[in-house]
Design a protein. Structure first.
Ligand SMILES: CC(=O)N[C@H]1[C@@H](OP(=O)(O)OP(=O)(O)OC[C@H]2O[C@@H](n3ccc(=O)[nH]c3=O)[C@H](O)[C@@H]2O)O[C@H](CO)[C@@H](O)[C@@H]1O
Ligand SMILES: C=C(OP(=O)(O)O)C(=O)O
Length: 511
């Protein structure tokens, strides 16, 4: 679009918003300290506009449309059908990041989180933390974040809108029950994957005296002081965030807390390692029984580096498969990708793997993995996820894409989420043969005879959205993927980083 067309479109938007507010050109001119003639020229697209002027008009008209830049939806334009090459580092995980940000609330001292993923999910939590009085700042030229809590959190000032855009706010329960005997939190939001229960969280935290009444979009919480776990806490689901919530509560309980049916997944392990740095004793890390001895007061200056994201590693593997490419994926947390790799080997995938080395947390084992392109066959059995050490629940969607490259019929069974499998049918827009059997199961017929470029709106779920993006890399021609906020929620600079591997992806915004 030329600059002239942009100006005309903006002008029309301004005129419509002005009329909507029942304002004359004179009224608007007065508010802006300019002439009626200038407003006329702006509305006809005949006047160049500075960003500052646009912002002022937006304010005067109480209208979002003239906000340009970061608030407009980001889209991708992808020239597909190209092979990738080179090496790429896996970044640290979204899911550890959000747990660690919540855990920083336990510490009166300064928490520094190194190499944190700079993603929208982290931004939302930072907005929430800042709004309640926590000082946070990115250290210069780095992805290192410094967090310093106030003497007393101001929960009444919480940025509700930011809180409602993530599910993570539920993990404030564990830390806050040590600080307040009454408080409220907005309902947890996040990806639209169907309803996700919070009941296991509430049931488990009762052992610490937490009572919760859900009302008018808020959890109204009260804490019976002095109630502490008198027997092991048995989780009814082996969920990641519920395990983390109980760990966060147990971290400031001086007695012993035993958590059974705990998730041993990667983000839980990262949280345990961090809590150990805070002086909390934890036995059983990496197993389903955790024994925690907490500290009533935690006031230490601590630095921690979370480990690399197995889901990002899987995403990059899928990118290589779908584009028939040999790439080296560096810093793969191998313990959390073993079943995925075994499944891929069963499908005929070949790859090379380096010696193991440690992540910066000194605990998580990493490898570099080089993919070798070649034909794949559908697996004999269905592919389904399980809590760790099963095939990761968030990695499942990538198998739909990989199945679309493999010869034969693959059944993908997403028993976990109510809605997520449905979004995988978006791959049909790109030429893949994906059939929905019921809300939880899809059948993929591979190999896809002809990948086709298409324009698609991001499904409102992180992993299916990335699956569509990667499918577009396979499709020759120009594809458009609209509104990628959901991808930015969990991946840092994914388009740019795939670009560094040779993909042609342009980020653009709607006006
Ligand atoms: C911030 C974070 O870390 N998010 C992850 C975490 O969310 P989180 O821990 O919040 O996941 P949920 O507790 O919502 O669990 C996901 C779904 O699985 C069901 N369920 C889970 C465990 C189980 O043993 N039985 C069972 O039925 C739950 O009812 C729910 O419907 O774990 C999910 C499952 O690994 C991942 O998709 C999310 O990326
Ligand atoms: C479902 C996911 O995350 P969240 O728990 O943040 O919604 C995901 O990471 O795929």
């Amino acid at each position: 679009m030329t600059a002239d067309t942009y100006l005309t479109r903006i002008g029309t938007l301004i005129r419509d918003a002005r009329r909507h507010k029942d304002m004359t050109q004179n009224d608007l001119a007065e508010l802006l300290g300019t002439s009626q003639g200038a407003i006329g020229r702006i509305e006809q697209g005949k006047q160049n506009l500075s960003l500052e002027m646009l912002a002022r008009i937006g304010e005067a008209l109480d209208s979002e449309f003239v906000q340009v830049g970061s608030s407009r939806p980001q889209n991708l334009r992808i020239e597909g059908g190209k092979q990738l090459s080179g090496a790429i580092d896996v970044k640290t995980s979204k899911n550890a990041a959000v747990a660690l940000l919540c855990a920083s609330l336990l510490n009166k001292g300064r928490t520094t989180l190194r190499n944190l993923a700079r993603i929208e999910e982290v931004n939302r939590i930072l907005e929430v933390l800042t709004s309640i009085g926590v000082r946070t700042r990115w250290l210069p030229d780095s992805n290192d974040l410094e967090i310093v809590p106030p003497a007393r959190l101001n929960l009444a000032a919480m940025d509700e809108e930011a809180a409602r855009r993530t599910r993570t706010v539920i993990m404030f329960l564990g830390p806050l029950l040590h600080e307040f005997d009454e408080f409220q939190l907005p309902y947890a939001g996040g990806c639209d994957l169907g309803s996700r229960t919070v009941e296991p969280h509430l049931a488990a935290l009762k052992a610490f005296g937490l009572g919760v009444h859900a009302t008018h979009g808020f959890y109204e919480c009260n804490v019976s002081m002095g109630v502490v776990p008198s027997r092991p806490i048995i989780l009814t689901e082996r969920g990641d965030t519920v395990t983390e919530n109980v760990l966060l509560a147990a971290a400031r309980h001086e007695g012993e807390t035993v958590i059974r049916n705990a998730s041993p997944n990667y983000m839980v392990q990262d949280l345990c390692f961090f809590l150990q740095e805070l002086g909390v004793e934890i036995d059983g890390i990496g197993t389903t029984t955790l024994t925690v001895r907490g500290r009533r007061h935690i006031d230490v200056d601590v630095t921690y580096s979370p480990s690399e994201d197995p889901i990002e590693a899987m995403s990059l593997l899928a990118a290589a498969v779908v584009t028939d490419s040999s790439i080296t994926i560096q810093r793969v947390p191998i313990e959390f990708l073993e079943i995925e790799l075994a499944t891929l080997e069963g499908m005929g995938m070949k790859y090379e793997i380096s010696e193991e080395y440690f992540s910066k947390n000194g605990r998580t084992r990493l490898v570099d993995l080089t993919t070798i392109p070649g034909p794949l066959v559908a697996p004999i059995d269905k592919i389904h996820p399980m809590p760790f050490p099963g095939l990761n629940i968030d990695n499942l969607p990538f198998f739909a894409l990989i199945a679309a490259k493999a010869e034969g019929t693959t059944m993908i069974h997403d028993w976990v989420y109510e809605n997520r499998a449905i979004y995988l049918t978006d791959l049909t827009k790109l030429g893949a043969k994906v059939q929905l059997l019921d809300p939880h199961r899809v059948i993929v017929e591979g190999p896809t005879p002809k990948w086709r470029a298409a324009e698609v709106m991001c499904p409102p779920a992180l992993r299916p959205a990335v699956v569509v993006l990667l499918g577009m890399l396979a499709a020759p021609g120009t594809s458009i993927l609209r509104n990628i906020y959901v991808i930015n929620r969990g991946y840092q600079d994914l388009a740019e980083r795939l670009g560094a591997l040779g993909a042609t992806i342009e980020v653009f915004r709607d006006i």
